[in-house]
Ligand binder design. Structure first.
Ligand SMILES: Cc1ncc(COP(=O)(O)O)c(C=O)c1O
Length: 415
């Protein structure tokens, strides 16, 4: 038995579910280590979307005919699947957006502009993906009197909770918006503790779960999140769909973001009244086929079990920690206690873009650059960027070994 694979985790069978994993790149078997950017899709997702397009497709919420009713049922069933996946109380708390970025922008527009008051602050962190930083800078720069603060990151790559407490102390923070797992450092943040601290200071809390929801069992009620977002394509689902969870009363207290069809209660030439959430935030034709695909993805990961996925990943992380840090000249960004399968590193004397091109020649797909987290790279003094290997539920220990071996070769090659 391979002790690097969690007991009972049938990795070979799982890999067979992903058609792309059987393909080659430059004549080499594909070693896909960029799931943090976007994950590959299992046959179940591909088939569900094809089936929908071939047999059950029509616009939703509009037609009083069979096909439209079938599509509407499928779309709403996806909402229920996501509600259960996140442990939300009601399906009305699940809003579909086009991705995490759109979901966070929705909160920045509706909650930021409609609920936050002049003199209040949004508190985010140095560790954020630009998706959870730029919308708050845009809000600040509109001169509505809403400020922006950042929580520092420690040298280990963890959120500095003392600094978080200090930033909350004056009671002026209206919203804490932080990541639940860093897409660069792999750090998993203590969400329940952060939510408690935010609430005690009178603030609401939003978690960017774009990475965490893929790697960990998430329960928004247990965390007591006010908002939680994730994106379909990282969770083995399609692009074009993301999720905003919001507590129902909070969503219904927020003004709409986009106006148009589907989000209204009534419209006259003089005025419009708005539907309640989630319809209020889903103007226009929604991502119907994508919702069907996301539903299939949620069913797929539930079928394996998020706990089993997490255990597999913990084993991979331990293996990667030992293997990658043994590579000469490798500097790892972040050594947080609680971390997932995302490893950003620099190799002495090798530019990340050269390195990723070299690895690609060996069939290994990694990401090079600053991974939409430029301030975090600056914080760690690696403005030139890093190379990032990120795991999915199909990642094997052998792939990590291959990466480590090719990193050693690359360093010699570029010396
Ligand atoms: C932590 C984090 N937040 C937000 C995003 C943005 O996701 P999307 O591009 O699907 O909106 C990403 C994607 O890389 C991410 O890793």
């Amino acid at each position: 038995m391979d002790t690097r694979i969690a007991p009972g985790f049938d990795l070979a069978a799982i890999r067979r579910d992903f058609p792309i994993l059987g393909t080659t790149v430059h004549g080499k078997p594909l070693t896909f280590l960029d799931s943090g950017a976007s994950a590959q899709k299992p046959r179940a997702v591909i088939d569900a979307m094809t089936r929908c397009l071939e047999t059950a497709y029509a616009n939703v919420h509009r037609g009083a005919y069979h096909l439209s009713e079938t599509a509407t049922e499928a779309y709403e069933a996806a909402r229920i699947a996501v509600q259960r996946f996140l442990g939300a109380a009601e399906p009305e708390e699940i809003v579909f957006a086009s991705n995490s970025t759109a979901a966070i922008n929705l909160v920045a527009h509706s909650f930021g502009r409609g609920v936050l008051k002049p003199g209040q602050f949004v508190l985010t962190s140095e560790m954020e993906h630009h998706a959870n930083m730029v919308p708050w800078q845009m809000l600040r720069d509109e001169n509505r009197g809403i400020g922006l603060r950042y929580v520092r990151v420690t040298d280990r790559g963890e959120l500095d909770l003392e600094h978080l407490a200090a930033q909350l102390a004056d009671g002026k923070v209206g919203l804490v918006a932080v990541t639940h797992m860093s897409n660069v450092l792999g750090t998993v943040t203590p969400a329940a503790q952060i939510a408690r601290m935010a609430h005690e200071a009178g603030a609401k809390v939003l978690f960017d779960g774009s990475q965490a929801a893929v790697h960990r069992h998430v329960d928004v009620k247990a965390i007591d999140a006010d908002f939680y977002v994730f994106t379909g394509h990282k969770l083995y689902g399609p692009t074009g769909i993301g999720v905003l969870y919001g507590k129902r009363a909070l969503l219904n207290a927020m003004p709409p973001f986009l106006g148009g069809g589907d989000m209204i209660a009534s419209v006259t030439l003089e005025r419009t009244t708005y539907a309640e959430a989630p319809a209020r935030f889903e103007a226009g034709t929604p991502p119907i086929v994508e919702a069907v695909g996301l539903h299939a993805a949620v069913d797929y990961v539930n079928g394996i079990g998020m706990e089993a996925i997490e255990a597999h990943e913990r084993a991979l992380v331990d293996h990667a920690m030992a293997t990658l840090t043994a590579v000469p000249g490798l500097t790892l960004l972040g050594t947080a206690q609680d971390r997932g399968g995302v490893f950003a590193f620099a190799i002495d004397g090798v530019h990340p873009h050269d390195l990723s091109t070299y690895l690609d020649r060996h069939g290994i797909a990694v990401r090079a650059g600053r991974h939409c987290a430029e301030p975090l790279h600056e914080r760690f003094g690696v403005d030139g960027g890093t190379t990032r290997a990120s795991f999915g539920l199909y990642t094997t220990p052998e792939e990590i070994d291959l990466l480590a071996a090719k990193l050693v070769d690359a360093r010699k090659f570029f010396a």
